[in-house]
Write a protein that binds this ligand. Structure first.
Ligand code: ADP
Ligand code: TRP
Length: 326
């Protein structure tokens, strides 16, 4: 059987958080054993919102470090920076020339922007086309992403089929990919009970220092049930987050203590903090070791770019020939 090609990307728009870890990074790391994996830091995508060059560079390095600390193995998976492979933007242009506008007008990131009366830039509008290029350049079969990205993978599938219909002669030009959304990684909720997202300012970053992290956890929004009263574990942000780190028995115990009354939310938050801090301890230690060697991340990204580019250049030769750019 042929090896499956697995690909995913993450935007360097801030420090990776629990939603990114459980929704994307951890499944990607697990999948690196099962095929030929390409993971990239989507810095072209980040340009739709990040306006500070130093920030973009720092976040790009930070995301790479976090990913490596969490277990991405650069000997197995190709880790690279999107902008090191300019073929992504070339393919995006070619795809955009066949993309019907209504397909993009229907995409949720754009629609949300318009619904909030904000003026989207063209990059944000065209974002799903660049994402399709990211995926199709590598003949990806599997795209592990959180639920919120499913629509973008659908757009990719539509564009791949459309290009194949329009241009394929004997063999199809593009492989039509599948999104892989793990059923048990529902959306991780943030400090305020909404979806955890950098854009909502409600995130729990993976590798924050102890003091500010503790402060964030203590700031989880709760209701005003008094200490002595029973509390409802259903719908509690504390319980939902604790479930990410604790065993079923530990979660059952926390829920029981909620219902029993006599314990305040502050104590439950401390329990959550301890579980989280322990969970990331080995990764935190690995991150510190990696960060101590400043050239390491650059080297990994440089090697990754070369391996990625070798594939991308070949795909572009095929695409250019198919559309008549040669
Ligand atoms: P953000 O919303 O914080 O900007 P990104 O859009 O950069 O996050 O997401 C990167 C990856 O992490 C995507 O695959 C996305 O689906 C996943 N992800 C982000 N937030 C969550 C969440 N709260 N729960 C589950 N997965 C998430
Ligand atoms: N759009 C994705 C996000 O916001 C990041 C991304 C860019 C991506 N290109 C991709 C994910 C290609 C998977 C495949 O999270």
């Amino acid at each position: 059987m042929e090896m499956k090609r697995i690909l995913s990307g993450i935007k360097p728009t801030g420090a990776p958080h629990l939603g990114n870890y459980f929704g994307m990074m951890r499944p990607c790391i697990a999948l690196q054993e099962q095929g030929e994996a390409f993971y990239f830091i989507a810095d072209y995508h980040a340009l739709t919102t990040v306006r500070d060059a130093a920030d973009l560079r720092a976040h790009t390095r930070g995301v790479a470090l976090d990913f490596l600390a969490c277990g991405l193995d650069p000997a197995r998976a190709v880790l690279f920076r999107q902008s090191d492979v300019p073929e992504h933007t070339e393919l995006a242009w070619i795809l955009s020339c066949v993309t019907p506008m209504p397909m993009l007008e229907n995409c949720h990131a754009y629609k949300d922007h318009v619904a909030k009366d904000r003026t989207p830039n063209h990059g944000l509008f065209a974002y799903p086309v660049l994402m399709a290029a990211d995926i199709l350049l590598y003949d990806s079969n599997v795209v592990p992403v959180g639920r919120d990205q499913k629509q973008h993978v659908e757009v990719t599938r539509d564009l791949a089929s459309l290009m194949n219909r329009l241009y394929a002669k004997s063999a199809p030009i593009f492989t039509v990919p599948e999104a892989s959304i793990l059923p048990n990684v529902a959306t991780v909720i943030g400090l305020d009970g909404q979806k955890m997202s950098k854009s909502y300012n409600n995130t729990i970053p993976l590798f924050e220092d102890e003091k500010p992290l503790r402060k964030k956890i203590m700031g989880i929004v709760t209701d005003s049930t008094p200490v002595e009263s029973p509390k409802d574990p259903a719908g509690s942000t504390i319980v939902a987050l604790y479930r990410l780190f604790a065993s079923d028995a530990e979660v059952a115990k926390l829920e029981e203590d909620f219902r029993a009354g006599g314990t305040g939310y502050g104590d439950f938050k401390k329990r959550l903090f301890d579980a989280l801090w322990e969970f990331f301890r080995p990764m935190r230690e690995k991150r510190a070791a990696l960060a101590a060697d400043p050239g390491h991340v650059e080297k990994v990204l440089h090697d990754g770019a070369q391996r990625a580019r070798a594939v991308a250049v070949r795909t572009m030769e095929r695409v250019r020939a198919a559309v008549g750019l040669r």
